[in-house]
Design a protein around this ligand. Structure first.
Ligand SMILES: Nc1ncnc2c1ncn2[C@@H]1O[C@H](COP(=O)(O)OP(=O)(O)OP(=O)(O)O)[C@@H](O)[C@H]1O
Ligand SMILES: [Mg+2]
Length: 311
């Protein structure tokens, strides 16, 4: 067999394209074609996330990468990127070191458009027109629904940000990139994970104490980035947060204000609670006439978005 491929337990074989769909700080993501699904039920086309070679040699990274992938593959929700399986071929003694075989840890996922929310914003903003604030609430509401499932599955995502939100072909937001996810058991020994502008202060200051409320902070910074177009550094600082939120509709600003408190105990208690507050805030925005040519999305029916195309 020529080309590059990954090999998994039970005879799984996937051919991996040479051209990446995307590249992040920890991994490269490639299109993959399933040659033999082994014992799994898989679509013909998948995305293969491969840990970068530099991190491959760090055992803690390799095991975090595979463990987080395995745990996330047990959680399925329309607002989460579906993960099928994760494997460290060397640790499992699977690598035969054949020519072209990828022996770095990898994760198989559903294959989506690689254009993440950070790159989609100009297009979305144009599409929603005058309703952009409602649109931003709708997108973030989808992320919160996905997070409810993540938290119910006992995980904290730890890297909620626009660059980690992809879209289904029906334009439903899907939270992706579970590389930083870990069990939400208190006291689990952990290093700092996250993205500085978007992460909760305790992720840097007290990484062992991080729980699901850090993800709600990430949703708050993501929403701020959507409506304010600034890197949301230091939103936990009360005065700075108020300055950044000046001019944002008070109902939405109040949701961000609560989500981005320094003290997790002062934030929303759960993703469900934040979603309820966000929906209420979005309802209070009232109906605004959308700009010509833009779809007016319904909060209840995000799948009705139309004509969003790759940028
Ligand atoms: N399932 C997928 N389908 C299509 N493209 C994807 C998929 N997952 C990731 N990508 C693309 O690959 C890029 C990097 O993926 P991802 O965010 O998971 O990597 P990472 O190295 O963990 O990133 P980070 O820089 O946040 O640590 C994404 O921005 C996206 O463009
Ligand atoms: Mg990422």
């Amino acid at each position: 067999m020529s080309g590059r491929f990954v090999r998994g337990p039970d005879g799984l074989v996937v051919a991996v394209d040479a051209v990446a769909l995307g590249q992040g700080g920890t991994a490269n993501v490639f299109p993959g074609r399933v040659i033999d699904p082994g014992a799994l039920q898989l679509p013909d086309n998948v995305a293969v996330k491969v840990l970068q070679p530099g991190l491959r040699r760090k055992a803690a990274w390799a095991s975090q990468f595979v463990e987080s992938g395995r745990r996330a593959s047990m959680i399925s929700h329309p607002n989460l990127v579906r993960l099928f399986c994760a494997c460290d071929p060397v640790a499992e003694g699977l690598s035969k070191h054949e020519q072209g075989e990828i022996d770095a840890p990898w994760i198989l996922m559903e294959h989506l458009s690689p254009v993440s929310l950070d790159r989609m914003r100009p297009q979305l903003q144009q599409q929603f027109g005058n309703s952009w604030l409602r649109g931003a609430c709708t997108i973030v509401g989808g992320v919160l629904r996905g997070l409810e499932a993540v938290h119910a599955g006992g995980l904290v995502h730890r890297d909620v940000k626009p660059g980690n939100v992809l879209f289904s072909d029906r334009q439903e937001p899907k939270l992706s990139d579970f590389t930083s996810a870990r069990l939400s058991k208190p006291g689990v020994v952990t290093n700092m994970h996250g993205t500085p502008a978007f992460m909760a202060p305790e992720q840097r200051l007290r990484p062992r104490a991080v729980d699901h409320r850090a993800d709600l902070y990430g949703v708050g910074t993501t929403l701020t980035w959507l409506v304010r177009a600034v890197d949301p550094f230091y939103l936990f600082h009360d005065e700075h947060r108020r300055a950044v939120l000046t001019g944002v509709h008070s109902a939405v600003a109040a949701v961000i204000d609560r989500a981005c408190q320094f003290d997790p105990a002062r934030r929303f208690a759960s993703a469900a609670e934040m979603l309820e507050a966000l929906n209420e805030a979005a309802r209070s925005l009232g109906e605004q006439a959308p700009e010509p040519g833009s779809a007016a999305p319904s909060l209840q029916e995000p799948s009705t978005w139309t004509s969003l195309t790759e940028g």
